[in-house]
Design a protein around this ligand. Structure first.
Ligand code: GLU
Length: 490
């Protein structure tokens, strides 16, 4: 293969973008960048039945969120535009005509009812299933004499007796695939099938390496035949292992919310963490112990021999751990900026945020940055600080657990001690509470003493450290909450 490396990701806009699209993009892009080549995005929207209009934009948004940007694509243009297959229908037709003229493909007029009947019959008789070639060698008129005929034909490939069933894969070495059926290339509606469009476009767009999921291995012989018949150089192939659920099944959007890329955005994973995680699933650095790595490190060291061949398990605990790491690495400013939309979505902060809200966020950041694995955990942790005082309520679970009658004197003692403070800071708050409630005061253990205080002041049994939280909240609000909780408990 000569010339620059050109690779592509080719998502089908059939709903929320699949996490596999990001995974494929990552590997394609890492390789392209290492080679100084190009990465392009092609939208494979020939399946009109499953097409969803907003899916394409979601693909763009989520890939860009991950920093996996492309050099050419439908929204960017490029020397081989258009990059949306539905806009390339005229491109495919001459190649199909040529395949028919050369005897590599034929028209098939069978109705889908006939094909179903044929398949059922083959299954009943324990025969291999596949098109029985009823239409081969017939004109439309001849075929019309027989049952199960429809006016508008499809075009099928005529798979020879000795199709190429072995090929060298960059990840797997020598690969064998089963014998293909006489695949439909052009549908009755004039749309190409994936198999035709992918080959024509990969050739015309100068794709040098086809990097895609292992589910396409069984299709590769069909593609090789098409490249050969059309007299085109075959690209190199790399079939990536499929991402799997913990139970080893294939990740599907129906069964696993984490199959949807938008889920990671909603949950507040950081794009750099997800990217590292996807890289780790399929790749190991030369220093194989190293689990935390950037896109640049992956790309610089990229080598097909270090791509896993065993289905990597999509372990969300591991991702949570990685995400926590990246969250802690952020500067406070960066953390606050990324946290803000989560607080806005939870209705805790206005859009745009006011100066007081931003100041509160800045002040609480050092308390919470080390405590969240994902940013969506944040609203619950900081609600106590942002909620309007009249909307503040103690969660029922916290009431039941902490605001028992025995808590009332504890809350009152803390309020009395805090009421007298002239200086309000973490240190003075802690000293006042401790001397009122611990040894020398009510004689409680700190854990026991803080439990009702936390419920009263933060409204929940989880919160940032209590003295710091109270210091941020201010004397007036703390006293009001302690006194009303004491009344509630008592
Ligand atoms: N459109 C195919 C998909 O949705 C692309 C497969 C390929 O990369 O060849 O996965």
């Amino acid at each position: 293969m000569t010339g620059p490396v050109r690779v592509r990701v080719a998502p089908s806009p059939t709903g929320d973008p699949h996490v596999g699209t990001a995974y494929m993009s990552l590997f394609n892009l890492a390789f392209a960048r290492q080679q100084g080549g190009q990465f392009l995005l092609r939208v494979e929207d020939t399946d009109r039945a499953r097409f969803q209009a907003d899916s394409e934009q979601q693909v763009y948004d989520t890939l860009r969120w991950l920093g996996l940007d492309w050099d050419e694509g439908p929204d960017k243009g490029g020397p081989f535009a258009p990059y949306r297959q539905s806009e390339r229908l005229d491109t495919y037709r001459p190649h199909v005509d040529r395949l028919v003229a050369d005897g590599h493909a034929y028209l098939c007029w069978c109705t889908s009812a006939r094909l179903t009947e044929m398949r059922e019959d083959q299954q009943k008789r324990k025969l291999p299933t596949g098109y029985d070639r009823l239409c081969v060698g017939k004109t439309a008129a001849e075929r019309a004499e027989l049952p199960g005929f429809q006016e508008r034909p499809v075009v099928r490939m005529l798979v020879p007796d000795d199709p190429p069933l072995h090929f060298v894969d960059l990840v797997r070495g020598e690969v064998s695939a089963p014998r293909p059926d006489d695949q439909v290339l052009l549908k009755a509606d004039g749309f190409p099938t994936y198999h035709l469009a992918v080959v024509v476009d990969d050739h015309l767009m100068g794709i040098t390496h086809v990097v895609r999921g292992e589910e396409w291995i069984s299709s590769t012989p069909k593609h090789l035949l098409l490249f050969d018949w059309l007299g085109w150089d075959r690209p190199a192939f790399a079939h990536m292992p499929l991402l799997r659920n913990v139970d080893k099944s294939k990740i599907s959007k129906r069964k696993n919310p984490a199959a949807r890329l938008t889920w990671f955005v909603e949950q507040g994973y950081l794009p750099e963490a997800l990217l590292n995680f996807l890289g780790l699933l399929g790749y190991s650095l030369p220093d194989s112990e190293k689990e935390i790595f950037s896109f640049e490190e992956m790309s610089e060291s990229f080598d097909w021999s270090r791509v896993n061949t065993v289905g990597p398990v999509f372990d969300l605990d591991k991702l949570g751990w990685l995400n926590g790491h990246y969250v802690r690495e952020l500067s406070e400013q960066d953390f606050a900026e990324r946290a803000l939309p989560f607080l806005q979505r939870a209705g805790l902060v206005g859009s745009p945020a006011g100066p007081d809200e931003l100041a509160a966020l800045g002040a609480v950041t050092p308390l919470v940055q080390t405590r969240v694995a994902v940013l969506s955990e944040l609203p619950d942790l900081v609600r106590f600080l942002f909620v309007d005082e009249e909307d503040f309520v103690v969660e029922e679970a916290a009431v039941a657990k902490a605001l028992t009658p025995a808590a009332a004197p504890v809350l009152t003692a803390a309020a009395d001690a805090l009421e007298g403070l002239d200086e309000w800071s973490t240190q003075t708050v802690q000293a006042a509470v401790d001397s009122a409630l611990l040894e020398g005061g009510l004689g409680l253990k700190r854990g026991k003493a803080y439990l009702p205080l936390r419920a009263a002041v933060c409204g929940s049994s989880i919160s940032p450290p209590l003295p710091e939280s109270m210091a941020l909240l201010g004397q007036e609000r703390v006293l009001r909450r302690l006194r009303s909780a004491a009344a509630l408990a008592g």
